[in-house]
Design a protein around this ligand. Structure first.
Ligand SMILES: CC(=O)N[C@@H](CCC[C@H](N)C(=O)O)C(=O)O
Length: 371
């Protein structure tokens, strides 16, 4: 598939980022594209805002799955692109526009010339939250299309174009969203002693969370707690009666995740007593770690080495991926695709290099044909 067409698709998708399970325009765009491909070998089935596309193989001994996530992030784009997001406060800042384009590129090649094995493409909603992989995996549609092996990719801004990277075993962390609501007594800014200030309480709590990481988790079993959003108060001279923290917990083991949650709850009980307030904790979406199948990764490395591209051994990362649920049930793996951007994932200035699209299509197609 020509670079110009890949670039066109990527730019069109880049302009319509949508949040998890609201990917209506994205789904329609994908369906319109898929419908103009040769249909002889294809079976297409929608699932919520996602899509399953099966390409019947010439022999069909086994089924290989390829998953591409399709949602965007709640972030205002600042790339200065002339094909910038047309959706206010939404951006493809995690490369899912790349993931979808590469999937369409590989699908095009297979629709024109099917592989020996059956191939199933999963266009999956809601990776950034609340999590589409687990319900997609449990769906009836998945019973009809369940692959024997599955893989997926993620763009890597820090790697050069032409390189890919993976590793056997643990690649991505266990994650849990974290929402904490504080309710106390507000009042006049001049009489703090008559109130229980939720700005002061919530700020102290944010700092205390870092103590949990530093002093309650084995340093050899890393954890991260990030609070990405704080909301509190109404105006500068009223002491806030409510505050809300929104964040995420990352750990390298499911056990450490349980430990961190237990510690957060203990601290919350202490803060309720010390600050005369109510604290409510909600863990939102939780993602299982991505644990790559060693045999599949070894085969993937061989396949990449047969190309002009470079394979590098990856390190574990504290990123999360609901694809972890898929490889928990189906042997498979995820790999990083180098896209060489100065700005990183989840930044408003992320600019992955479009030459990486063709690299992705080549490697995904080869893997689908030869894994
Ligand atoms: C690859 C990537 O960036 N994934 C996201 C997954 C987010 C999961 C969930 N919303 C959370 O924040 O815990 C990531 O932030 O790692």
């Amino acid at each position: 598939m020509k670079q110009e067409l890949l670039t066109k698709i990527r730019r069109e998708l880049h302009q319509i980022p949508e949040l998890g399970f609201k990917e209506y325009k994205t789904q329609q765009y994908l369906l319109d594209y898929i419908n103009q491909l040769p249909q002889e070998a294809l079976t297409v089935e929608t699932w919520r805002t996602g899509i399953f596309v099966k390409v019947k193989g010439n022999v069909g001994q086994k089924t290989i799955g390829y998953r591409a996530d399709i949602d965007g992030l709640p972030l205002t784009e600042e790339t200065g692109y002339d094909f910038q997001s047309t959706h206010d406060g939404r951006m493809h800042a995690c490369g899912h526009d790349f993931h979808m384009t590469i999937a369409l590129g590989a699908l095009t090649r297979l629709a024109q010339n099917p592989a020996d094995d059956d191939v199933i493409f999963l266009f999956q909603p809601a990776e950034e939250g609340p999590g589409g992989a687990e319900p997609m995996l449990q769906s009836e549609a998945m019973d009809r299309h369940r692959p024997d092996v599955i893989f997926g990719l993620h763009v890597a801004p820090e790697l050069p174009v032409g390189s890919v990277s993976s590793k056997p075993g643990l690649l991505f962390a266990n994650t849990s969203e974290l929402f904490i609501d504080f309710k106390g007594v507000g009042g006049h800014a001049a009489f703090p002693h008559l109130t229980h200030d939720m700005v002061v309480t919530a700020s102290a709590f944010v700092s205390h969370l870092q103590q949990i990481v530093a002093r309650r988790v084995d340093p050899l079993d890393s954890a991260v707690i990030t609070i990405g959003k704080i909301e509190a108060g109404t105006v500068q001279n009223i002491i806030a009666q409510a505050a809300r923290l929104e964040g995420t917990i990352r750990t390298l083991s499911p056990e450490a995740m349980e430990r961190v949650k237990g510690e957060i709850e203990k601290v919350a009980r202490g803060y309720e007593i010390a600050n005369d307030c109510d604290i409510h904790i909600d863990y939102g979406a939780n993602y299982h770690q991505v644990f790559n199948d060693a045999e599949q990764v070894q085969r993937f490395e061989q396949l990449v080495q047969e190309t002009e591209y470079q394979y590098r051994e990856a390190n574990m990362a504290m990123t999360g991926e609901d694809f972890g649920y898929m490889v928990k049930e189906i042997p498979g793996f995820m790999f990083w695709l180098g896209v060489d951007s100065e700005a990183g994932l989840h930044q408003s200035t992320l600019k992955p290099k479009e030459e990486a699209l063709a690299v992705g299509v080549h490697i995904v197609e080869k893997t689908l044909r030869e894994l």
